[in-house]
Design a protein around this ligand. Structure first.
Ligand SMILES: Cc1ncc(COP(=O)(O)O)c(C=O)c1O
Length: 280
């Protein structure tokens, strides 16, 4: 069995459904509460799905939907103690929440760097722990692929001749954020997300699905407003005001997902709030 929650990203679901079908495995999706108040709820959710059939545990570090940041260290420990492969989808996590891969040591951790790292599209990384590396085969057989079968990761290094420009851009993006200092970015963006939560809480019928605890959230804020046509408002915000937001449904609840990065200000938030309010 492959254990995951019912809130994983679409492509992650598709990937594991494909693997399950191909190798005759079962995907077990445990229901994670929509509104998380403490980290024990998350740990208990995954604990409840572990059994002697479980071979792999898959979860997001930061959920695409509610922006929930899970207690990743504890979940990795839970999976390792249960003797299952631990695979973490960190697409949204890099440059948003603390990342200590050497200390946490999941078997696999992948991240997209075009999101919060602001690097070019097509950049990302895959971390594979020392004990998992011998079990991994290169998908692309480049010049080094048959060397070092039991050794280091150099067999993955060559993948034919490819466009290196996104990776050069990645270096620039990392330098840029290092110059501003990540701790400052984190503090500023947490402040903005906190301010946003404070403001939207005043909407009548507002329900915030992102935890308020800064340990369990980052720079994504997801909320619903009872009775509001959220899709229509989203479209108008873009068409009339050029304010880009995201709107979708989670478990049939229509929501706004607002992403605030360091290039945003409180004034941006005030303007968005005014424009939403006008349309309620
Ligand atoms: C949680 C999560 N996982 C995976 C992905 C896929 O990332 P990418 O589009 O960079 O492949 C996304 C993209 O939004 C995501 O939010």
């Amino acid at each position: 069995e492959i254990l995951m929650s019912d809130q994983e990203y679409g492509a992650v679901n598709a990937c594991w459904d494909y693997i399950a079908e191909r190798y005759g495995l079962t995907v077990r999706r445990v229901e994670m509460p929509l509104e998380i108040r403490n980290k024990e709820q998350i740990i208990d959710t995954f604990k409840s799905g572990l059994s002697d059939k479980t071979q792999a545990m898959v979860f997001a570090h930061v959920y695409w939907s509610t922006g929930l940041a899970v207690p990743v260290k504890e979940l990795i420990e839970l999976g390792r103690e249960a003797g299952v492969w631990v695979i973490v989808d960190g697409a949204h996590a890099t440059s948003m929440v603390p990342l200590k891969l050497d200390e946490w040591n999941p078997h696999f951790y992948m991240s997209s760097l075009h999101k919060w790292t602001l690097a070019p599209k097509g950049t990302g990384f895959l971390f594979v722990s020392d004990d998992a590396q011998p079990h991994v085969e290169p998908l692309i057989l480049g010049g080094n692929a048959r060397r070092n079968q039991d050794g280091d990761a150099s067999r993955f290094d060559m993948m034919g001749t490819r466009d290196q420009t996104p990776f050069i851009g990645l270096g620039t993006a990392l330098d840029f954020q290092a110059e501003i200092e990540w701790e400052q970015i984190r503090a500023y963006c947490q402040g903005l997300a906190g301010y946003l939560k404070e403001r939207i809480r005043r909407f009548k019928g507002c329900r915030i699905l992102t935890p308020t605890d800064p340990e369990m959230s980052g720079f994504i804020t997801t909320f619903t407003i009872e009775g509001a046509d959220i899709q229509k408002i989203r479209q108008e915000l873009w068409d009339d005001e050029h304010i880009e937001t995201s709107a979708f449904t989670i478990k049939d609840i229509p929501v706004f997902r607002i992403s605030t990065h360091f290039y945003n200000s409180r004034e941006d938030i005030n303007r968005m709030i005014r424009e939403i309010e006008r349309r309620l």
